[in-house]
Design a protein around this ligand. Structure first.
Ligand SMILES: [Zn+2]
Length: 178
């Protein structure tokens, strides 16, 4: 799928719920998920605009059931953490010394290791801070038609996600081309 996405994901890359059902029920109950358009793909629910905060003064938001409208896709649960990145990938910061590394030239996998050129710290790609341009998780909630930094999950949605599984969630932006 091409386009610009806001990705919500559990902060802990290793964690995933035992099943999706309680999470989906909670997200439907608060009006985040609307009609199911296909397997794991939903229209924005009736309270979507109260749960996702758009930061621009006049964002173009198309909601409803037509194909071009904003869609919410549930990706996962994956057996192992997936490293998701797009064309907007930024140079990561080292978790140890906080300095910025060069952007990796090749696409990474979750188990791929990176070494900091400043302090020598070596860790998996998941451990580095990608400044909201990539994520590592076993479950993603992918919201289409959101440009980088255009919108953020609101407090009520963050609380719902945390209550549904007992884990804190985070978010990032991914631009996919083809
Ligand atoms: Zn370092």
């Amino acid at each position: 799928m091409t386009g610009h996405f806001l990705l919500l994901h559990p902060k802990n890359p290793a964690w995933a719920p035992a099943s999706l059902a309680p999470l989906l029920d909670a997200l439907k109950a608060i009006g985040f998920l609307g009609a199911e358009r296909g397997a794991g793909r939903y229209s924005a629910g009736p309270d979507y605009l109260g749960l996702i905060t758009y930061l621009g003064c006049s964002p173009q938001i198309a909601l409803g059931d037509n194909e071009a409208a904003t869609a919410i896709r549930i990706a996962g649960i994956f057996e192992v953490p997936q490293f998701v990145q797009g064309g907007n990938l930024k140079a990561p910061r080292c978790p140890q010394c906080r300095k910025t590394l060069h952007k990796p030239a090749v696409s990474l996998e979750a188990k791929g290791e990176l070494q900091c050129s400043h302090c020598g710290h070596a860790a998996s790609a998941c451990a580095f801070d990608w400044r909201r341009s990539a994520a590592c998780a076993r479950l993603f909630i992918e919201i289409s038609n959101v440009f980088e930094s255009e919108a953020v999950p609101g407090e009520a949605l963050a609380a719902c996600l945390q209550q549904a599984g007992g884990e804190v969630w985070d978010y990032c932006y991914v631009r996919k081309a083809g």
